[in-house]
Ligand binder design. Structure first.
Ligand SMILES: Cc1ncc(COP(=O)(O)O)c(C=O)c1O
Length: 388
């Protein structure tokens, strides 16, 4: 257990809530979730599912309705034809990281992963006794990495490479050229790639391109996506992996051994999310784009800060080296003294030193919009008690 890491966002949230309990006003920019309500049509479908008996166990790999809807969605968004048998539905995107690594990584296996990056990757590599091989994302390359560096890190022991685009925490995006160059560097080696595409619809410029679209990588890619970010469904717990059918069987077995299945009514809401009107996704993206402008311009106006424009997701990751503070010192001081909760870049790996991560702020228009959910005040008489 000592080798298992964590996600600091949860800890900062607890500290921020403790300060709030003492009467301090806190601006929450630490949370990794959209501050919007789940779209109405999706909520309605979930409620209807509850009322019509979708309240029982279902198949471990997911309901056939949702697996088919996801397979079709993959065809539309990644230009790759997949069968429902290649889809495993799980409670959130995270279990795909957990299960895929549990299935593939053995003691001593090398796993290449982005640093800075989502902390669960490194945590799971360490937990499983794998060797964590970071690939450094570079601010000057818009938070991409040098493909030569990737090539240099691949060895006979490399079992898995983890990609994440759009990227948490930097907002960096791997475009088609980058992904093709990565594919070229891996070549025909027997290495699996976990492609974390949970922010694939939250991209401001250009189009999302998945490694799975490259025919030679179709069977070597485990694509992770889900509903948390795209449809503001973090609390529903719904995500999926797309992978070779034989591996899907094994991951489903891990589901049988852990969760039995994903909640059935949640999955029915997921079918509606994929098949129904997509305007809420467009609205959210538009809003995040507007906030990005405000946030980046504001941060660049602060002495010692330097902030690049993220190309996707909903974070900004300014460089704060010019302040003379370390990331952790500054994040702590912002919380304790200024009442602004954010995350130290080091929460995302040692290469995060020198930066901090903010969730993009709600603009005034967002706060007033009917679908907006401001964290600092109750809405519709409800007091949102977010825990993520
Ligand atoms: C890169 C990345 N992958 C996976 C996840 C997990 O998403 P979920 O809440 O659906 O488990 C997150 C959530 O923050 C994330 O940022």
């Amino acid at each position: 257990m000592e080798r298992l890491g964590t996600e600091t966002a949860f800890e900062v949230l607890v500290r921020a809530r403790a300060l709030e309990a003492k009467g301090k006003d806190i601006i929450h920019l630490e949370i990794g979730e959209p501050d919007f309500d789940t779209p109405g049509n999706v909520i309605k479908a979930g409620v209807q599912a509850l009322n019509t008996g979708w309240t029982h166990y279902g198949p471990s790999a997911g309901l056939p309705e949702l697996r088919s809807a996801i397979a079709k969605y993959l065809g539309e968004t990644r230009d790759v034809q997949v069968a429902p048998e290649e889809v495993v539905v799980v409670p959130g995107g995270k279990p795909i990281i957990f299960f895929a690594m549990l299935a593939l990584v053995e003691e001593g296996d090398e796993v290449i992963y982005p640093d800075p990056g989502f902390p669960i990757y490194e945590s799971m590599i360490d937990f499983l006794g794998g060797r964590a091989i970071p690939i450094h994302l570079r601010e000057e390359r818009e938070f991409g990495f040098e493909v030569n560096e990737l090539a240099a890190r691949i060895t006979d022991r490399t079992k898995l490479i983890i990609l994440n685009s759009p990227h948490n925490p930097t907002g960096g995006v791997l475009d088609e050229n980058d992904v093709r160059a990565i594919a070229h560097a891996i070549g025909d080696r027997d290495i699996m790639v976990l492609s974390d595409e949970i922010y694939s619809r939250l991209i401001f410029e250009g189009e999302h391109f998945s490694l799975m679209s490259i025919p030679e990588f179709r069977d070597r890619t485990i694509l992770l996506d889900g509903f948390s970010k795209t449809y503001a469904m973090t609390g529903w717990r719904l995500g999926y992996g797309v992978m070779r059918a034989d591996l899907a069987v094994q991951i489903s077995r891990l589901m049988t051994n852990s969760n039995s299945c994903t909640a059935s009514f949640t999955q029915m809401a997921g079918v509606e999310a994929l098949r129904g009107n997509q305007s809420s996704v467009d609205q959210m993206l538009q809003e995040f784009r507007a906030r990005r402008e405000v946030m980046v311009a504001g941060l660049n106006g602060i002495k010692g800060f330097r902030c690049r424009k993220p190309r996707g997701a909903f974070y900004v990751f300014p460089n704060i080296e010019g302040t003379g503070w370390t990331s952790k010192q500054l994040a702590d001081a912002l919380l304790e003294e200024a009442g602004v909760a954010c995350l130290s870049g080091t929460s995302f790996g040692s290469r995060g030193e020198g930066s901090i991560r903010f969730h993009s702020i709600p603009t005034r228009s967002a706060r007033d919009a009917p679908w907006a959910l401001s964290r600092s005040r109750p809405r519709n008489g409800r007091n949102p008690q977010h825990v993520v």
